[in-house]
Design a protein around this ligand. Structure first.
Ligand SMILES: Cc1cc2nc3c(=O)[nH]c(=O)nc-3n(C[C@H](O)[C@H](O)[C@H](O)COP(=O)(O)O)c2cc1C
Length: 317
């Protein structure tokens, strides 16, 4: 049986990870169409949401078609995190997430994101404030700890559960590991033992099959996929070949562009959509040549025309 967020059962244990610059509304919708259920937004600065909400419109854009969606907040100030939570609570979303995993300098510097893994007292205040101000289920995305000498995930998971958090996602690396080195399955098991709410495992899952076997191996409630879903939303599907044909890739990319045109006005941001488009050709024979041509496009319509022409050629073959 799939895990639930509060009273809401998930249709799939496969979760799309929050990724700044990537997990906007069109990409979340696309992943959902391929089988993901819970999808996370890009991280949102709690202070920006309170004082410059117009700057956050793109980040909080949602649609009824994408339920259940989680929107993620980051910050270092319990009051501001609470205030921002109250704003997000007004939106038609399923869940609010607290970022305790981001390693970026600008986030760490202010004591937010992964820096909270070395400050359990502040983490507790933030979680309590968010839970108090939320009318939606709250989740927390953590790391294993700050570094190998400060493994705090089980402690912070317990704090979060006591405050009322409904699920924990854990990127099983420390802040000092960044995005490299082995995923620590031991810490996932420790966190699962320390709480009774669902634990979602994250880090280096590169195929649907690998996600299933991790759940089987350690018994986690779900798996969260980030980088491997970029340019490969079919990773969430249990039926699509995980190394699909060029025609299948292009069909998925065309759908991505169509969703971006519907939901991003006046038109999709060229550098962001180019970044997505690139990834659909990862590991393909003609990938390097196609990527070069994608890079050479100077406007969104140019990129769109290039992909449509490419599609015509490939579908004719
Ligand atoms: C481009 C990029 C942006 C990310 N942005 C966020 C973010 O906004 N919030 C967050 O909690 N984690 C963020 N992460 C971390 C991912 O959610 C995930 O924890 C990490 O990539 C490990 O999972 P993976 O191996 O499946 O990619 C980001 C990662 C990448 C690559």
């Amino acid at each position: 049986m799939n895990f639930s967020l509060g009273a809401v059962p998930m249709k799939s244990p496969f979760v799309l990870a929050p990724m700044a610059g990537c997990t906007d509304l069109p990409f979340r919708l696309l992943c959902r169409e391929h089988g993901a259920d819970l999808c996370y937004s890009e991280m949102i600065d709690c202070h920006a949401l309170i004082s410059r909400p117009q700057d956050c419109l793109a980040l909080i854009r949602t649609s009824p078609a994408e339920q259940p969606v989680a929107m993620q907040l980051y910050g270092n100030d319990p009051n501001a995190m609470g205030e921002a939570t109250a704003i997000l609570s007004e939106l038609p979303i399923a869940c609010i997430d607290i970022n305790m995993g981001c390693p970026m300098e600008k986030v760490i510097q202010i004591g937010a994101g992964a820096a909270l893994m070395k400050n359990p007292r502040l983490a507790e205040k933030i979680v309590v404030s968010v839970c108090k101000n939320s009318t939606k289920p709250v989740t927390v995305k953590i790391r294993a700890g700050w570094n190998q000498h400060t493994i705090t995930a089980p402690e912070i998971a317990k704090i979060a559960e006591s405050a009322g958090v409904q699920a924990i996602a854990i990127h099983a690396r420390t802040w000092s590991d960044g995005f490299t080195g082995p995923i620590d399955h031991g810490i996932l098991t420790q966190v699962m033992k320390s709480v009774s709410i669902p634990v979602i495992a994250n880090g280096d899952i590169t195929s649907h099959e690998q996600g299933l076997s991790l759940m089987k191996k350690i018994g986690c409630a779900g798996v969260m996929i980030g980088r491997a879903a970029l340019g490969a939303p079919w990773i969430f599907s249990g039926t699509v070949n995980q190394h699909p044909s060029m025609a299948y890739r292009i069909k998925a990319l065309l759908r991505h562009l169509a969703l971006a045109e519907i939901h991003l006005s006046p038109e999709p941001d060229l550098s962001k959509i180019r970044n997505h488009a690139w990834k659909y050709f990862r590991g393909t024979v003609n990938g390097p040549a196609i990527r070069k041509q994608i890079d050479a496009t100077a406007t969104y319509p140019e990129l769109r025309d290039f992909i449509h022409n490419l599609a015509e050629r490939i579908f004719r073959q």
